[in-house]
Design a protein around this ligand. Structure first.
Ligand code: 5GP
Length: 175
């Protein structure tokens, strides 16, 4: 793996990410057989995770996206705006929200309320990373790739001011 001066250290290598995402895909596929789940990716952080996860889903499903804006720099603003909404109704659907990381939980708390009001049959959260030590509201993702400490991480979709999303691994940002 290349030395990268913007990183304090690499947390998860490409191989570790691929292995864990494949496991999540198998688990979700087993849980949702015959339910035609709708995978809602939260742009833009989910992009690499979403794409790799979907290749490991072996049941019929639909894919859609939302774009929420809640972050600026390295600290949560707590304010959530919907920049892009779902194309179809989710009434009666089994929804799986695919998110890069759950930190304070404010973004997902807003989103859960919003989607519950639209009459989904069920809503679960699948996040690649969970930072439970930083939670401000009660949000419990059912599918979690890895739990991380209170550090600012980048790569594999996660950015710092819109940079570094393209790194194929995840590392701790050197501030
Ligand atoms: P929350 O609302 O749970 O505090 O934050 C959710 C969003 O904040 C995530 O979807 C992600 O975009 C951003 N975020 C939270 N922690 C980190 C982090 O460690 N690194 C990066 N790059 N983004 C983060």
């Amino acid at each position: 793996m290349p030395e990268n001066p913007i990183l304090e250290r690499v947390l998860f290598s490409e191989q570790q990410l691929a292995d864990r995402v494949a496991e999540l895909g198998r688990q979700i596929s087993a849980d949702y057989r015959g339910k035609l789940p709708l995978f809602v990716g939260i742009l833009r952080g989910c992009i690499l995770f979403y794409s790799d996860l979907m290749k490991n889903i072996s049941v019929d499903c639909n894919m859609d996206f939302m774009c929420l804006s809640s972050y600026s720099g390295t600290s949560s603003t707590g304010q959530v705006r919907t920049m892009l909404d779902l194309r179809e109704s989710i009434k009666g659907r089994h929804v799986i929200i695919v998110e890069d990381i759950v930190d304070t939980g404010l973004t997902l708390n807003y989103l859960l309320g919003n989607l519950q009001n639209r009459g989904a049959a069920s809503i679960e959260i699948c996040c690649l990373l969970d930072k439970p030590c930083n939670r401000k509201v009660d949000v419990h993702p059912k599918y979690v790739g890895f739990t991380v400490e209170n550090e600012f991480v980048i790569g594999y979709g996660l950015d710092y001011n819109e940079l570094y999303r393209n790194l194929p691994y995840i590392g701790v940002f050197r501030k």
